[in-house]
Every structure is written in structure tokens, then in C-alpha cells.
Design a protein around this ligand. Structure first.
Ligand code: ABU
Length: 366
């Protein structure tokens, strides 16, 4: 019997991680929360079905290579068990015609200390995604007597969970930005809904992005679930498609965080960092003008890096500006080719979920 699960932040020395797989990934049909995320000019609008085999193979090649690089650093790597997502997702409350993927574990699994919680995603197509990680969770549960295997309250995702007629394809970018600034998102506050990638863990503090995939009721749930932790709602007004904090606000080590310069943290919310001598640095510009084809994410996956320890970071291999900035910030950079995997759910941070990092629950913001 050994301790397998432990992680309180995204920067202490990484020893054990899950890396996603692209098999059987599907572009899901439109449903209440997904339309909002697909940019109006995206070639994916109106399209759905299994992703082309050649793209799945190319993504898996880069994911396998990433896993090998991490293993070469002495990190244990586990992989999910792919499910066939090209089938309807049906519950007593809804039906949608396909699932999604098991590529970005970061959206589904939130590790807080010795606990891994499966999230309460607002996309109906993601309702059963946690099953791809079930064999790993069982293994950790069998081997680690302290591991807490947890499922967040399952949202029902009925029509009550979404604002009707929220999405209108004529909506301008300016209007989207106004909505983000007004914290007016497609989800209602009927029940807690959250993606794990909206939660930034910094020891005793959880900074949670309020946006298209996580609502305020989720933050209330977190506050009650973790009475010993501090939960902070954060939002980034410059983002027309606010989903997931890890291409927006990324800690590199205690006291240092990079912030997307188009999605700056508001003054009021910066205070807690400044009062505790944390430096917030604008992230470098992405090397690319557009994301790869059939990709949900923005070009800011450039800053979606995986910190290995306080001095080492994995950055996507073509992101020359981000690599140069990391170097100047005193980090040793490990370049990892990953653009072929972006379309399957994100970058190097999205593609992983922490199992074990050294260190405990520090109070960085006393
Ligand atoms: N899953 C991270 C996506 C963030 C972005 O599109 O900028």
C-alpha cells in the first residue's frame, strides 16, 4: 500500500501524471452549451461526426511522444481507456447524438491533495467522459488507502441549465466581450456546473474562472465542499469565449504567474497576488495567427504549458516566443511538438491531469 495521489498546485515537482488519448474522438452535434464556444467563422460550425482517422493518428503520435518525454524525465505516466464516443449519450433528462473524447483529462479530473474529483461538465456530450478514467481511479483506490475517489454532483443538464436563445450567430465580437464583462454566460445558475480546467489550484487557494463552462453555483459548491480552502471567483473580461483558465492565467512557480495580455485579470482581482508579492507577467505572443483546423481552442494554447518543477517547463515546440520568454523567466524549457493534438481538446496542460506532485497544501496568500 503506497501513497499514489497528491497534488496541491501546478508547479511543485511532478512525479505521476495522466496523458490523454485521441482515439474515437468525435466533433459533437450542436447542443445548448457548445454553440457558444464555436467561433462564428469556424469551419466546425454545423459539422459533426467522428474526427478523420489521419488526424486521430497524428494526434496520438504526438500524445505518445509527449508521454515518452515525460517518462524520460522520470515521471510515471498513465493513460485513459478509450471509449467509442460515436454513440448517443442518453440519460433520463436528455439525449445527444454523440460523446466527445478522452483527450483533455484536465477538463474532467481535478486533483486536490489526495482526492481526484470528476467534474460536472455543462456539455451534454461530455456526460460520460469520466468513464475513460474509471480504470485508473479504481487502480489508485485499490492501491492507495488514502485516495479519495470522488464524483461531483452530476448535473441534470435539462433545459433549465441553459439560457434559451442565448446564442445568436449574428452576435458581434464586441457584444460577446460585453457579455463576458457583464458575466452573462450561456449557463444558468440552476445547478453547479464546472470543468476542472477552470480551476487553478494554488495550495490553500482555488481560483475558479466564471465563464462559459463554469457557473457561480459551482463556486458555491466548492466553498461548501472545501471549507478549509479559499475559493476565489475570477473572470477575464477580454475573452470573447471564456473557457478554461489554463490558456489565460498560468502559475510557473510560487510568486510568478503569466497572464494572457488580451485577457488581463481585473485590478480588483489582482490585489491578492500583489499583496503577497506575486509577479503577474504578460505572456508572450503566440507564434501562430490561427489555431490548427477543426480546433475549439484559441491560439493562446501557446501559454498552455506543463510545469514540471519550479525550474522546468514543457512548451509546445513551435511556440518560439513563449519558449524564449520562459527562458528569460529562468525556466529550463522542454520543447514538445503538439499542434496535431490541439484540435482534440487543447495543449500540453489540457492533455494531462496531475496524479502526484511533491509538496503539501501551502498557504501562499496568508
Ligand atoms: N482548453 C483551453 C482553451 C482555452 C482557449 O481556447 O484559449
Amino acid at each position: 500500500m503506497t501513497k499514489i495521489v497528491n497534488s496541491w498546485n501546478d508547479f511543485d515537482p511532478l512525479k505521476h501524471v495522466i496523458v490523454g488519448r485521441a482515439d474515437f474522438s468525435v466533433i459533437p452535434p450542436e447542443e445548448p452549451a457548445t454553440s457558444e464556444k464555436v467561433p462564428i467563422d469556424s469551419e466546425m460550425r454545423g459539422m459533426w461526426g467522428p474526427r478523420p482517422t489521419a488526424t486521430v493518428e497524428a494526434a496520438n503520435e504526438q500524445l505518445d511522444n509527449y508521454a515518452k518525454i515525460l517518462e524520460g524525465l522520470g515521471i510515471k505516466v498513465d493513460r485513459p481507456t478509450p471509449l467509442q464516443w460515436n454513440q448517443a449519450i442518453v440519460t433520463p433528462d436528455f439525449r445527444t447524438e454523440s460523446g466527445f473524447t478522452q483527450m483533455p483529462p484536465r477538463d474532467i479530473l481535478l486533483t486536490v491533495g489526495n482526492e481526484i474529483i470528476s467534474s460536472a461538465n455543462s456539455f451534454r456530450c461530455r456526460y460520460f467522459e469520466y468513464l475513460a478514467y474509471w480504470p485508473l481511479m479504481k487502480e489508485y483506490f485499490d492501491e492507495d488507502p488514502e485516495f479519495l475517489w470522488t464524483q461531483a454532483p452530476r448535473p441534470r443538464l435539462t433545459d433549465k441549465s441553459y439560457k434559451h436563445n442565448y446564442y445568436d450567430e449574428k452576435i458581434s465580437l464586441e457584444e460577446r466581450l460585453e457579455r463576458t464583462a457583464a458575466k452573462d454566460f450561456v449557463t444558468t445558475e440552476f445547478e453547479p456546473m464546472w470543468d476542472a480546467a477552470d480551476v487553478m489550484r494554488v495550495g490553500k487557494d482555488l481560483f475558479i474562472q466564471h465563464g462559459l463552462t463554469t457557473n457561480r453555483t459551482a463556486m458555491e459548491w466548492f466553498k461548501r465542499y472545501y471549507p478549509d480552502l479559499r475559493v476565489h471567483a475570477v473572470n477575464f473580461p477580454g475573452d470573447p469565449y471564456p473557457i478554461h483558465i489554463d490558456a489565460t492565467f498560468v502559475p510557473l512557480r510560487p510568486g510568478l504567474i503569466i497572464n494572457n495580455p488580451h485577457r488581463r485579470l481585473p485590478e480588483e482581482q489582482r490585489k491578492i497576488f500583489e499583496a503577497n508579492d506575486w509577479q503577474i507577467v504578460d505572456a508572450a505572443q503566440p507564434a501562430h495567427d490561427t489555431p490548427p483546423p477543426l480546433c475549439y481552442s484559441s491560439v493562446w494554447l501557446s501559454m498552455n504549458c506543463l510545469v514540471i518543477d519550479h525550474k522546468t517547463v514543457c512548451v509546445e515546440a513551435s511556440e518560439v516566443h513563449q519558449m524564449e520568454q520562459m527562458d528569460k523567466l529562468g525556466m529550463n524549457v522542454i520543447p514538445v511538438p503538439f499542434r496535431d493534438a490541439y484540435a482534440f481538446g487543447g495543449g500540453l496542460h489540457c492533455a494531462t491531469a496531475d496524479v502526484y506532485r511533491e509538496g503539501g497544501c501551502e498557504d501562499y496568500f496568508p
